[in-house]
Design a protein around this ligand. Structure first.
Ligand SMILES: Nc1nc2c(ncn2[C@@H]2O[C@H](COP(=O)(O)OP(=O)(O)O)[C@@H](O)[C@H]2O)c(=O)[nH]1
Ligand SMILES: [Mg+2]
Ligand SMILES: [Zn+2]
Length: 283
């Protein structure tokens, strides 16, 4: 048996990457009968059939995104533009919260540093505990450091339209030539992603090309879990259980905040998102 990763699925035929080579495979009867549908990113065992391959087994998934389905994403690079469009703490924090709740390891990447250094914005995320990378796809700076952390992993990109996600993919591996667009003028082109696929990287690993993180929705997150989605607040022990971390005496989050160890921007985001969630689940 050979092991591989499903990188694409079209009409019941799966493209599977096996040691850097791509083979076609179909789902075998038993897998179909058991009602498990292989998805992009699945690690699978293949059996040789007459002159093709069959997916004989799907290995346990460590996570699975729905609509479109992608399994086993190792990490997400959240791309933010230093300018054009101007970065927003609120918007960034909402996206980070959604991804944290789903338990994805996150890397922050500040792009367009040729226009503005983005360091003040990035510093807030470094302080929160995120790895922060500064790049410019226009000047091709900082790209090698990103490649290093992508080696051997399945990486997805998230971030607002126009921040340079497609440009970044092109800078990392020019073979893909994803369509890039001017801010606010992105058209549905030939290469616009509607289905998910994995793009194999020359240096090992894959880019998960998926629109799965383009809608930022946190309505499924209980307000009590919100602070766990902020690494700098996570697991702090407050005096009262069920502390909202907004005004209680003996609140460990507020203490850390007043000691200057949680930045104002992040705490403000916490309050805004907490209020949003509290209003949502009032009835
Ligand atoms: N100045 C500058 N512009 C960039 C950079 N990266 C991307 N852009 C431009 O920003 C626009 C949006 O880029 P695109 O990759 O389509 O963003 P996406 O919507 O996140 O995929 C395009 O016009 C790019 O040429 C950069 O590092 N510097
Ligand atoms: Mg794009
Ligand atoms: Zn508290």
């Amino acid at each position: 048996m050979m092991e591989g990763v499903i990188i694409q699925g079209v009409g019941g035929i799966y493209k599977v990457s096996v040691d850097g080579k791509i083979v076609d495979a179909i789902a075998r009867g038993r897998i179909k009968k058991e009602g498990i549908k292989p998805v992009i990113g699945d690690r699978v065992c293949l059996e040789k059939e007459a002159d093709s391959f069959a997916v004989a087994k799907i290995l346990e998934r460590k996570n699975c995104l729905i609509r479109p389905a992608v399994a086993n994403i190792d990490q997400i690079i959240v791309v933010i533009a230093a300018t054009q469009p101007d970065p927003s703490f609120k918007q960034t924090d909402k996206l980070l919260v959604m991804l944290e709740y789903a338990d994805y390891p996150i890397i922050v990447c500040i792009n367009k540093t040729d226009l503005e250094n983005g360091e003040a914005f990035g510093a807030v995320y470094e302080k929160a505990g995120y790895p922060v990378y500064y790049v410019s796809t226009a000047e091709h700076t900082g790209i090698d450091a990103l490649k290093d952390i992508m080696k051997g992993k399945v990486t997805a990109f998230a971030g607002c339209s126009g921040v340079g996600k497609s440009s970044l993919v092109n800078a990392i591996d020019p073979a893909y030539a994803l369509e890039t667009g001017a801010v606010g003028k992105i058209k549905r082109g030939r290469h616009t992603t509607t289905h998910a696929k994995l793009l194999p990287l020359k240096f090992g690993g894959f880019i998960a090309d998926t629109p799965g993180f383009s809608v930022v929705d946190i309505t499924h997150i209980p307000k009590e879990s919100l602070y766990q989605c902020f690494p700098e607040m996570r697991n702090l022990q407050c005096r009262f259980t069920g502390c909202s971390h907004t005004n209680e005496p003996g609140c460990a989050v507020l203490e850390k905040y007043h000691a200057g160890e949680i930045s104002k921007e992040r705490y403000d985001s916490y309050l805004a998102l907490y209020t949003e969630l509290a209003a949502l689940h009032k009835y």
